[in-house]
Structures are given as structure tokens and as C-alpha cells.
Design a protein around this ligand. Structure first.
Ligand code: NAP
Length: 279
């Protein structure tokens, strides 16, 4: 698996989310995460206090139990309602307890809502000083949101985690270049299009399926590689070991280059700015 070296951090270019733990235990997802770590060298795992009211954090903590902590890169997110003076520190402490860890590698504001950005930046910096988080960032922030964040003193923001997939490529027109220019890591969530978003399934597209068959890969493997090639750390999830194997299959640069025109024709990138989709 490819790894990204970003601000001295080595992060697997593809990582896994945890929404499959929403209702609690999910042995399939548990197996997939452990296999992704053991067999593929994945170290990037994403969760949020909102997911299943903390159940996903707890399940991720249990799944990773016993692994060397310094080899993992854990991403967690605070709900905007808790990003205020009375609850920020408590929320973070509860997340640490549920994850069963002393620190979070990357702590994100889940989405902007009406959060007081100067407060957020100060609170993130304080949590860093206390050693409870190593880096901080945001999720679902547009360029305008990012500019407001910079104005609030948040120029050291590490990452903007956004929806970016074959079906929603708007960010590559303007947001991704903006993030790269400001040394902020773009991280894509729902990189396979998600179940919670209505889109034309690639599996129903004969042109794409024939091209993928010719090169012996699943469309999901191309989708993840496309996001990585666009500069993202790409998150997805699966509870199926056979899907995991398909998705993480090596896609050579040559295969990616050969398939790109086919995918681009079927799912063109926008040639103008489009609003950022949030799911
Ligand atoms: N920051 C945010 O606001 C935000 C929002 C949404 C999500 N996220 C994060 O991103 C993570 C991933 O997003 P997501 O779960 O929405 O979407 P996703 O990873 O795009 O899609 C997951 C779905 O794809 C299916 N799938 C995976 N591989 C497949 C394959 N080879 N063939 C057919 N189906 C396949 C999975 O089913 P199977 O289990 O059957 O494989 C699952 O239902 C989340 O878990 C979460 O951590 C963040």
C-alpha cells in the first residue's frame, strides 16, 4: 500500500472508516480493519463521537487493542455542538476513553455549523499542548470556511476531510488546489460513493465494468487509486473481506493511466466551481 509523508507523518494513502460499527459490534468490519493493518500496512482509521453515539469509537478502540499505538494514525471528530467552552474538553476526554488511547493523531471539527472559530483554534491548540491530540483539522469546510479559519488563526490546520468520489469531483476544480497551496492534507470520505448518497452505481455501467474486467481490477480499486492520485488520503469502509481484497488490490500507474480516460468520459470532472456536497 502507498503511504503519504505529510508534515513528517507517514500515513497510509488509503484508510478505513468506522460507520459500520454504528449499532455496535460488527465482526466483519473488525476483521477487515485488522486485516487491513496486518496484511496491507494500513494505519489510517477514522471515527467520530457522533457515530452511533460513541459506539464506533469504542468498537474501533477494541478492534485495535494490542497494536503498537505509535504505528497507528487515528482520526476522530468533535460534533459542532460540543465545540464550545462548556463541552470541548469533556468531549475530547470521553473520546479518548472510548478509543482507549492517551492521544488522537488528528482531531477534526466534524462540520462548521455556527462554531466560534477563534475558540475552536484556541481549544485545539490547548489540547495539543496537553498532549491529547497531535494534529487538528476540519471536515466539510469549503474554501470560504477555510479562509475564515485562517482569519481566526488556524493556519496550522492539518487536514480538511471532505466528500470526494467519482460521482462528486467538484473539489478537484478549486478546493483541492487551494488546500495544497496552503499545505493542508485533503482527505476524502465516502470515497466509494457511500450508501447514504444516491448515485449511478459503477456496477451498472457496462463500459466501466468491461474496462475493469480487461485490467483485472474492481472499479472500487480504481476509485481509491483515483482519489490518491488526486492528492487525497482516501477513506472507505467495508465489512467484507473479499471487498477489502478487491479494493486494496495493487493498481499500477499504467493501469490507472489506461483506465482514466474511460472513467473520465463516464464521470467527467466539472469545468466550473460547484458547491461542496456534504453527507
Ligand atoms: N467527515 C464526514 O462528514 C464523513 C461523512 C461520511 C463518512 N465519513 C467517513 O468515511 C467512511 C467511509 O464512508 P462511507 O461508509 O459513507 O462510504 P464508502 O466507503 O464510500 O462506501 C461504503 C459502502 O461501500 C460498500 N463497498 C465497499 N467495497 C465494495 C466493493 N468492492 N463492492 C461493492 N460494495 C462495496 C460497503 O459495503 P460492504 O460492507 O458490503 O463492502 C459499504 O456499504 C465512514 O465510515 C466514515 O468514517 C466521514
Amino acid at each position: 500500500m502507498k503511504h503519504i509523508v505529510f508534515r513528517n507523518e507517514t500515513i497510509s494513502a488509503v484508510g478505513m472508516g468506522t460507520t459500520g460499527f454504528w449499532s455496535g459490534s460488527n465482526p466483519g468490519l473488525c476483521d477487515c480493519i485488522r486485516t487491513a493493518y496486518d496484511t496491507y500496512g494500513m494505519n489510517l482509521f477514522d471515527t467520530a463521537e457522533m457515530y452511533g453515539n460513541g459506539r464506533c469509537e469504542t468498537a474501533l478502540g477494541k478492534t485495535l487493542e494490542g497494536l503498537p499505538r505509535d504505528r497507528l494514525f487515528l482520526v476522530d471528530k468533535i460534533h459542532p455542538d460540543h465545540a464550545e467552552p462548556a463541552s470541548f474538553a469533556r468531549s475530547l476526554d470521553y473520546s479518548l476513553i472510548r478509543l482507549n488511547t492517551d492521544y488522537i493523531d488528528l482531531y477534526l471539527l466534524h462540520w462548521r455549523e455556527n462554531v466560534d472559530l477563534p475558540f475552536l483554534v484556541d481549544a485545539m491548540h490547548e489540547a495539543q499542548r496537553q498532549g491529547k491530540i497531535r494534529h487538528w483539522g476540519v471536515s466539510n469546510f469549503t474554501i470560504e470556511d477555510m479562509k475564515d479559519l485562517f482569519a481566526a488563526g488556524g493556519t496550522d490546520c492539518f487536514c480538511d476531510q471532505i466528500f470526494y468520489t467519482l460521482y462528486e469531483r467538484g473539489a478537484e476544480y478549486d478546493l483541492v488546489p487551494f488546500l495544497k497551496e496552503h499545505d493542508i492534507l485533503p482527505m476524502s470520505y465516502s470515497s466509494l460513493g457511500s450508501n447514504y448518497y444516491s448515485h449511478p452505481d459503477v456496477h451498472n455501467n457496462r463500459t466501466i465494468m468491461n474496462a475493469c474486467r480487461e485490467y483485472g481490477i474492481a472499479p472500487e480499486a480504481y476509485m481509491l487509486s483515483m482519489n490518491v492520485a488526486a492528492g487525497f488520503a482516501a477513506l472507505f469502509t467495508t465489512s467484507s473481506l473479499s471487498h477489502l481484497q478487491d479494493n486494496l488490490a495493487e493498481v499500477s500507474d499504467e493501469t490507472c493511466a489506461a483506465l482514466k480516460p474511460v472513467f473520465d468520459r463516464e464521470f467527467p470532472a466539472p469545468d466550473h466551481a460547484v458547491p461542496l456536497v456534504k453527507i
